[in-house]
Design a protein around this ligand. Structure first.
Ligand SMILES: O=C(O)CCC(=O)C(=O)O
Ligand SMILES: [Fe+2]
Length: 350
């Protein structure tokens, strides 16, 4: 019998984490006072996806594919320019998010889901709302219907579906490029069919001025558990990533058509560890409310994540046992999963 989602453990998860990758853990409690170091900005590789003729088999595609592979090897993430999310759409998303988080708490709490991290979460400075299967119009309608049970909200549904649908196109391109670059394109259809999309909206309230802390943890250090994440920060900085030499850097807030694309643990496992997921966190230094969105490509229930056999050889022995994503997510919700330095290694390393 699988363990069920418990809200209590989610709240716990949003607190501090321990381990090598969680240095400063004594300072990482949500809401703990400062002492958190101020990081410099990093310029991640910028990769342009604006060319409408960017299709598999073209030389342009191969060039972008090589850039994606290099950036992900070096950082586990990159900045994508993707103007298919137009200025107007981006603005509508921002306005919709402000409106959604401005709803009474009772309304936001109706955003429930049987899946962990998919519904409304709130902890200290952090709040988030989630839309499962956000690239499907009827599922986005279900979400607005949860918040406005009488009549839903057609405008917000169309906006959130619109942006998720566009970002899903970017996700598909990036995943196709990754698989091709490892010579395992034969898995593409199966791989794409085995995932769905969660769109999450986040709000971070700035620490109160009388608090005495310049910097507060908005979200503790973690890797994303899913396949790939496409993140967008609305103007206010806060996202930090950890580089291979374990230094923390701030990532510049996105322009309206710029997104941070990150490798998640499930992609790392599928590739037998050939790309690593990025450790990241949110530090609130600004005095303004910070809004972000993320589209997570996530393995569907029941899908087994197993490393591609082509990526296992003498030089690259198998690193992870095959696993079911829900079991992995459940493990992340336990004390052992919580305490682990790397959830993936603790759960399924051989
Ligand atoms: O809001 C952010 O900048 C990061 C959010 C994040 O890392 C997550 O939701 O997994
Ligand atoms: Fe994350």
């Amino acid at each position: 019998m699988k363990k069920r989602f418990q809200k209590k453990s989610i709240v716990f998860k949003l607190e501090s984490r321990k381990g090598k990758h969680h240095q400063n853990s004594q300072n990482q409690e949500m809401g703990s006072n400062s002492l958190l170091p101020l990081s410099d900005f990093i310029q991640l590789p910028v990769i342009d996806f604006s060319d409408q003729t960017l299709t598999p088999g073209t030389s342009k595609w191969d060039k972008v594919k090589a850039d994606v592979r290099k950036a992900l090897e070096d950082y586990g993430c990159f900045e994508a320019l993707f103007p298919k999310v137009s200025y107007e759409l981006d603005k509508s998303v921002f306005e919709a998010i402000e409106e959604l988080f401005g709803l009474p708490i009772q309304a936001k709490e109706r955003n429930v889901s049987p899946k962990p991290y998919h519904g409304y979460l709130s902890r200290d400075l952090y709040e988030s709302l989630g839309i499962d299967d956000a690239n499907l119009a009827e599922r986005v309608n279900d979400f607005t219907q949860q918040l406005w049970p009488d009549h839903g909200n057609k405008r917000i549904s169309e906006t959130m579906h619109g942006v998720s649908d566009k970002l899903a196109e970017l996700d598909v391109m990036v995943r196709r490029m990754i698989l091709e670059s490892f010579g395992i394109e034969k898995y593409i259809d199966e791989h794409l069919d085995s995932t769905n999309y969660l769109f999450r909206m986040m709000k971070y309230t700035p620490p109160p001025p009388h608090d005495g802390a310049d910097t507060k943890l908005g979200l503790p250090c973690h890797t994303d558990k899913n396949i790939m994440t496409i993140l967008h920060q609305y103007q206010i900085e806060g996202l930090e990533i950890q580089t291979k030499d374990e230094k923390w850097f701030k990532v510049k807030p996105s322009q309206h058509f710029s997104f941070i694309v990150m490798v998640g643990d499930s992609m790392c496992a599928f590739l037998n560890g050939r790309l690593s997921s990025t450790y990241h966190r949110v530090l609130m230094t600004a005095k303004k409310t910070r809004y972000t969105t993320a589209l997570f490509s996530t393995p569907k229930t029941g899908v087994i994540i197993d490393s591609a056999e082509e990526l296992i050889d003498e030089e690259h022995p198998r690193v992870f046992k095959p696993f079911e994503f829900n079991d992995y997510r459940d493990f992340y919700n336990t004390e052992d999963g919580y305490a682990a330095q790397s959830t993936l290694h603790a759960f399924c390393a051989l």
